[in-house]
Design a protein around this ligand. Structure first.
Ligand SMILES: Cc1cc2nc3c(=O)[nH]c(=O)nc-3n(C[C@H](O)[C@H](O)[C@H](O)COP(=O)(O)OP(=O)(O)OC[C@H]3O[C@@H](n4cnc5c(N)ncnc54)[C@H](O)[C@@H]3O)c2cc1C
Length: 475
């Protein structure tokens, strides 16, 4: 066993020894050192930091993970879990080499228990796959990040998506976990009951741990009944502030809002060009209401009335089915439309969240900051729960532009924290948000390190992520 440390460099033993040992523990086809596998696991989505792992390992069971972790603990080998690799902050870059633990082969739905409103899955199951399996049950799983992510990855980033405003985020919906710890022990946290006051809340702790405390090998998640009726609305406004004022009032009215997304005028233009959709040239709010027929009809009517009071320039509603899908299509493709508008450019996506009552002022200040940077920027996001993304595009190899964008991001985080918000509503810290963790959590970071040390005394689990250096030096 190794001593306590922030992040060991890859094992002192040679890669050859490591691969030899792992091939003895698993089948040969589960241990890959091909150039293509290493390259594929060297980087994450939307983050340009790269580092090759020494080896990619594909566990197929908890047992496999347990053997790999016990070996890693004995030899001090860094291990970075990865699933669909759609996280946006460099979470999965194997910064210190070692093993990339690719969880995608653990993709079995273990049990559907509709009467208990729960499902038990392996971590590599994606949420679309789970929802496909649930189709005949009248139930669904409600967390829907834009990418087709895995439940293990989603739990580990405490992901949310368009429906969190009604149904909650991953941490609210994970009832229990099986986890292999960084010392090679298999533990179970939580269980199958909807509530529990027993022990410390370890399940919640693993939600959002970004693979730094252990490897999730099974999840028990809570399901929801499909609503009897669904209705959508799309409303256009002249200014972002009016959109936000409208949304704030709508949420505060208690209407049965299940989705509430803002797409600013620039992003609407990108969507129009990319998908050739007949969208109004305006800042746009996309809404969806869930409930029974009467509830969704009255919620939609209330939204239209309120929107008119706020000077809405166009309003449409759509019943469930093809019409609803058509109404929402632009929102679901917004990120890809923005990327298509700036071929070859890099982007930085902020992920700020504030109390809803402070949203308008923080978005306004953010837009001013972006205007001062002089680069293309777009606002979209899950404004119903105070979470918005500002995406700024800049030339990939322009160091000066990159520095300006980073400085703007730092300023936006400062404004957000001053408004009682957080630097990340759903994407997580990964690598890129490390500089903001101390500013947000102060001395609590020292206790977070104590937790990390208790779980991972050798510092081998996804080292270099989630927590800034313990000595307070710059991340
Ligand atoms: C177009 C687009 C839209 C997006 N929209 C949203 C959105 O609306 N909301 C949102 O929350 N996110 C969004 N994301 C980000 C991303 O989809 C989420 O962060 C998602 O939760 C990552 O899941 P994944 O399976 O890709 O995990 P990965 O990216 O593979 O891993 C994510 C983290 O989890 C860890 N991990 C993975 N599997 C395990 C495991 N079994 N045990 C322990 N640790 C593990 C990894 O080490 C890493 O730290 C979006 C991304 C893209 C590209």
């Amino acid at each position: 066993m190794l001593g306590r440390m922030d992040a060991p460099e890859s094992t002192a033993r040679s890669t050859l020894d490591l691969v030899h040992d792992l091939r003895a523990l698993l089948r040969p086809d589960q241990v890959d050192v091909s150039a293509s596998a290493l390259t594929l696991h060297a980087r994450g989505e939307s983050c340009d930091v790269t580092r090759l792992p020494d080896v990619v390992v594909y566990p197929e069971s908890s047992d496999d993970v347990q053997r790999v972790m016990a070996h890693a603990y004995e030899t001090g080998t860094p291990v970075t879990p990865v699933a669909i690799n759609s996280s946006l902050e460099g979470h999965t870059v194997p910064l210190h080499g070692g093993v990339s633990l690719d969880m995608t082969r653990m993709d079995r739905i273990v049990e559907l228990a509709p009467h208990d409103f729960l499902a038990v899955v392996q971590p590599g199951v994606t949420y679309p796959k789970l929802n496909e399996a649930l189709r005949a049950t009248g139930l669904f799983f409600t967390v829907d990040p834009g990418a087709e992510a895995s439940l293990g990855g989603m739990a580990s980033t405490n992901a949310s998506g368009t429906m969190a405003v009604r149904y909650g985020v991953m941490g609210d919906l994970v009832l229990g976990l099986e986890v292999v710890t960084p010392t090679g022990r298999v533990i179970r946290t939580g269980g199958r009951s909807r509530k529990s006051s027993s022990g410390y809340a370890l399940t919640r702790l693993f939600c959002g741990a970004e693979g730094t405390l252990g490897v999730i090998t099974e999840l028990t998640v809570r399901l929801s009944a499909r609503p009897a009726a669904v209705m959508g609305a799309r409303l256009a406004f002249d200014t972002v502030s009016t959109c936000v004022a409208f949304v704030t009032e709508l949420i505060q009215s208690g209407a049965s809002v299940a989705r509430c997304e803002l797409v600013d005028r620039q992003a609407v233009a990108a969507i129009r060009n990319h998908l050739d959709l007949p969208l109004a040239d305006a800042h746009t709010v996309f809404l969806e209401f869930h409930g029974d027929e009467a509830t969704v009809a009255s919620a939609a009517a209330l939204a239209i009335d309120l929107a008119r009071e706020h000077g809405s320039t166009a309003a449409e509603t759509a019943p469930d089915g093809d019409a609803l899908r058509a109404l929402w299509r632009g929102r679901h493709q917004a990120f890809y439309a923005m990327v298509a508008a700036h071929p070859g450019m890099a982007n930085l996506i902020t992920d700020l969240a504030v109390p809803v009552s402070r949203l308008a002022e923080v978005i306004d200040a953010s837009l001013e900051t972006v205007a001062s940077v002089g680069l293309p920027g777009y606002v979209l996001g899950h404004v119903g729960d105070g979470n918005f993304h500002l995406t700024i595009f800049f030339p990939e190899d322009d160091a000066e532009a990159r520095a300006r964008v980073s400085a703007a991001h730092a300023e936006l985080v400062r404004l957000t924290l001053a408004a009682g918000g957080t630097c990340t509503g759903e994407h997580g810290i990964g690598l890129r948000k490390l500089p903001y963790v101390r500013a947000e959590h102060g001395d609590a970071v020292d206790l977070m390190w104590a937790i990390k040390d208790a779980f991972d005394p050798a510092g081998i689990m996804n080292p270099g992520k989630k927590l800034p250096p313990r000595d307070g030096s710059a991340a």
